[in-house]
Design a protein around this ligand. Structure first.
Ligand code: HEC
Length: 119
């Protein structure tokens, strides 16, 4: 049988097209599930008084420190009220300083709110 028969080629093209689309979808999900300070600003969950630099630092802490022992729990998985005691407990585990814990709390509060809005 000719391996380059029409059906097989069409099959490969379809497979590549699907893989490509899945890749695009994956990126879109990744972008919104751990939003940047800019995303949060656009989403309108930062008040005028919010220190955007602190939120930016909080995101870096979250991404670099909070997936070390387990999967990265996403901001939207807990409400801001639920995050607060978790951050207290986990800040200890991740050996964060007081400032870092506050930055992280600020980030998770805003990102959790944003995730809830998008549902
Ligand atoms: C040194 C390891 C370690 C680090 C670092 C760590 N965690 Fe955890 N985390 C755990 C363990 C162990 C559990 C399982 C529950 C428990 O023992 O409290 C857990 C559970 C959780 C849970 C599940 C909910 C719950 O209340 O148990 C969340 C959410 C979480 N961690 C968030 C974080 C965040 C945010 C950070 C970053 C500050 C972080 N973790 C850093 C060890 C860690």
């Amino acid at each position: 049988m000719n391996p380059w028969s029409g059906n097989r080629v069409t099959g490969w093209i379809l497979a590549f097209a699907l893989a490509f689309l899945a890749g695009i979808a994956g990126c879109a999900v990744g972008r919104t599930s751990v939003p940047t300070a800019e995303d949060l600003s656009v989403a309108g969950v930062l008040s005028g008084k919010t220190n955007v630099e602190a939120v930016r630092r909080g995101r870096v802490i979250f991404v670099t420190e909070c997936g070390a022992c387990h999967k990265l729990y996403l901001p939207g998985e807990y409400s801001p009220q639920e995050w607060r005691p978790i951050v207290k407990r986990m800040a200890d585990r991740a050996s964060l300083g007081t400032e870092q814990a506050l930055d992280l709390d600020m980030y998770l509060t805003a990102a959790s709110l944003a995730a809830r809005q998008m549902r």
